[in-house]
Design a protein around this ligand. Structure first.
Ligand code: HEC
Length: 119
């Protein structure tokens, strides 16, 4: 029992540290809208909607090669935050790398917004 209690407390601490940088639905659970996701929405409209479409359905501008991902599809929704953050940071074929253009904070906001997109 004592041991389980300690594990529980450690998990709470880990959760708090994890959330302190990402105070929103970016920590995984699907999305209520927050000031952070509202900021992410503005960034998304400006930088991402051109390819991913205004609602992230991948219906924007298509180049030769891989089509923009439908960010509302189950395949994307079930990926972890860290996997998606890496893609946004590093880019993909046909997807620019954003790490020099957006701050980590902005990238987290945009992910928070993506998590609120209607399915
Ligand atoms: C020039 C077009 C373009 C722009 C602009 C763009 N993307 Fe993408 N994005 C793509 C393409 C194409 C893919 C799919 C790449 C692949 O599957 O190889 C992709 C994939 C992704 C993925 C991965 C989805 C998954 O299921 O793994 C995420 C997340 C993403 N984009 C987010 C963003 C965000 C956030 C922005 C704006 C900051 C953005 N993209 C801007 C073209 C774009």
């Amino acid at each position: 029992m004592v041991k389980a209690g300690v594990v529980g407390i450690v998990m709470i601490i880990v959760a708090c540290i994890g959330w302190s940088g990402i105070p929103s639905e970016a920590s995984g659970a699907a999305g209520t809208k927050t000031p952070e996701s509202a900021k992410g929405k503005r960034i998304f409209s400006r930088h991402c909607a051109g390819c991913h479409g205004p609602e992230g359905k991948g219906d924007g501008y298509k180049l030769l090669g891989p089509d923009p991902a439908n960010l509302t599809a189950p395949a994307t929704r079930k990926k972890s935050d860290s996997a998606l953050l890496t893609t946004i940071h590093e880019g993909k074929p046909n997807m620019p790398s954003w790490k020099g253009l957006l701050s980590d904070r902005d990238i987290q906001s945009v992910l928070a917004y993506i998590r609120t997109l209607p399915h």
